[in-house]
Design a protein around this ligand. Structure first.
Ligand code: SAM
Ligand code: DTB
Ligand code: SF4
Length: 318
C-alpha cells in the first residue's frame, strides 16, 4: 500500500488505545515480543562540523561548550566496543561529526573499526555524513551491517533546520547505502518546532523508501545551550508514543529506536513507548556528546518491561 500524508495523519490521530492495539498486533507478527535491542553509541570524531544543523552541538557554526576531539584512537575504540559488549549491548554505533567521509586515512580507519566491532560479535553501524557508492561498497566488504543517515524532518521543514546541504543529498547517500547492500537506519528528531503535518511527511518519505529502512531512530530533541534550538519546548512523551506506534504500523519490520531525549521521559512514558512498538534503545552512559540514561536504570526498565518472575518477587520491588 502506498501511504500518503493524509492517511498517515489519520493513523497518528487515532484514539490512543486503538493506535496502540493496532501497532501491538503488527509488532507481534514481526518481532519476538518483549525483545529490546540495546545499542551503544560512541563518538569517533567530535565537533567542528562544517554543517549548520540547528539542533546539533557539534556544528562549528554555533558557540557550544564542547570538547572537540580528533579521530578516535583505534585502541580506545576497541576498548569502548569491548565494554559495550560486556555491558550487554548487541549493536555498536560509531558517529563522526563529518559533512562527508573522505577517502584515505578516514575511510581506512573506519574500515578497521568496523572489522574490529564485527570480530567481537556486535552488529556494526556507522554514521559519517555523506558517502559515495564506492565507499559504501568498501564498508559493506568490511562487514558493516547498517548506516545511520537521518532525514531528520519533513522536506519542507528541513530547509529551516539545515542550509548547508539539501534533503535530496541526504536521500542520495541513503540510496548509495542501499545499493551497496547495507541496511539503512534512518529517522528523525521530534520537537524542533515542526507540525504534525511535518511529522506525517517525514514518515511518508521513510515508508516510501525502497527498500524500507531496517531501523528508524526517533529522537526527541536534546536542547543544547548555544544551539539555535536551545529554548525549544520539549515534546510531550505521548507525542513520541504516537510517532512510535505509527512508525511500527507503517514500517512493520523496522527496529524502531527510542533514541536521544529519553532522559527526560518518566519510566512509565518509556514503557509506553516500548508497548507502542519501540524495540531498541541507546544503552550506555552517553550518546554522542550529551548524557544518556543511566545503564542501571535501563536494566531496570528492561526488566520491568519483560518481567517473567513477578510472582516470585515482592510487590514493592516493582
Ligand atoms: N554528521 C553525521 C550526520 O549528521 O549524518 C552523523 C552524526 S549526527 C550527530 C547523527 C544524528 O544525530 C543527526 O542526524 C540527528 O538526527 C541526531 N542529533 C544530533 N543532535 C541532536 C540533538 N541535539 N537532539 C536529538 N538528536 C540529535
Ligand atoms: C540517531 O538518530 N541518534 C543518535 C545516533 N543516531 C547517532 C545520535 C543522538 C545525538 C544526540 C546529541 C548528542 O549526544 O550529541
Ligand atoms: Fe554535523 Fe551531523 Fe551535527 Fe549536522 S548533525 S552538524 S552533519 S555532526
Amino acid at each position: 500500500m502506498k501511504y500518503t500524508k493524509e492517511n498517515i495523519l489519520e493513523i497518528l490521530n487515532l484514539p490512543l488505545s486503538d493506535l496502540i492495539y493496532k501497532s501491538q498486533k503488527i509488532h507481534r507478527e514481526h518481532f519476538k515480543k518483549n525483545d529490546v535491542q540495546l545499542a551503544s553509541l560512541v563518538s569517533i570524531k567530535t565537533g567542528s562540523c562544517p554543517e549548520d544543523c540547528k539542533y546539533c552541538p557539534q556544528s562549528a557554526h554555533f558557540n557550544v561548550d564542547l570538547k572537540k576531539e580528533k579521530l578516535i584512537d583505534f585502541d580506545e575504540l576497541k576498548k569502548a566496543a569491548h565494554k559495550a559488549k560486556e555491558n550487554g549491548a548487541n549493536r555498536f554505533c560509531m558517529g563522526a561529526a563529518w559533512k562527508k567521509l573522505n577517502d584515505g586515512t578516514q575511510l581506512n580507519a573506519v574500515l578497521e573499526m568496523v572489522k574490529e566491532v564485527k570480530s567481537i560479535g556486535l552488529e556494526a553501524c556507522v554514521t559519517l555524513g555523506s558517502i559515495s557508492l564506492e565507499q559504501a561498497k568498501k564498508l559493506k566488504e568490511a562487514g558493516l551491517d547498517a548506516y545511520n543517515h537521518n532525514i531528520d524532518t519533513s522536506p519542507d521543514f528541513y530547509k529551516k533546520i539545515i542550509t548547508t546541504r539539501t534533503f535530496s543529498q541526504r536521500l542520495e547517500t541513503i540510496q548509495n547505502v542501499s545499493e551497496a547492500g547495507i541496511s539503512v537506519c534512518s529517522g528523525g528528531i521530534l520537537g524542533m518546532g515542526e507540525t504534525w503535518e511535518d511529522r506525517a511527511e517525514m514518515l511518508e518519505v521513510l515508508v516510501n523508501l525502497d527498500p524500507q529502512p531496517e531501523s528508524v531512530p526517533l529522537n526527541a530533541l536534546v536542547p543544547v545551550k548555544g544551539t539555535p534550538l536551545e529554548n525549544q519546548t520539549p515534546i510531550q512523551p505521548l507525542e513520541m508514543v504516537r510517532m512510535v506506534a505509527t512508525t511500527r504500523i507503517l514500517i512493520p519490520k523496522a527496529r524502531v529506536r527510542l533514541s536521544a531525549g529519553r532522559k527526560n521521559f518518566s519510566t512509565e512514558a518509556q514503557l509506553l513507548c516500548l508497548i507502542a512498538g519501540a524495540n531498541s534503545i541507546f544503552y550506555g552512559d552517553s550518546l554522542l556528546t550529551t548524557k544518556n540514561n543511566e545503564m542501571e536504570d535501563d536494566r531496570k526498565l528492561i526488566s520491568q518491561f519483560s518481567k517473567k518472575d513477578l510472582l516470585k518477587s515482592n510487590n514493592s520491588h516493582l
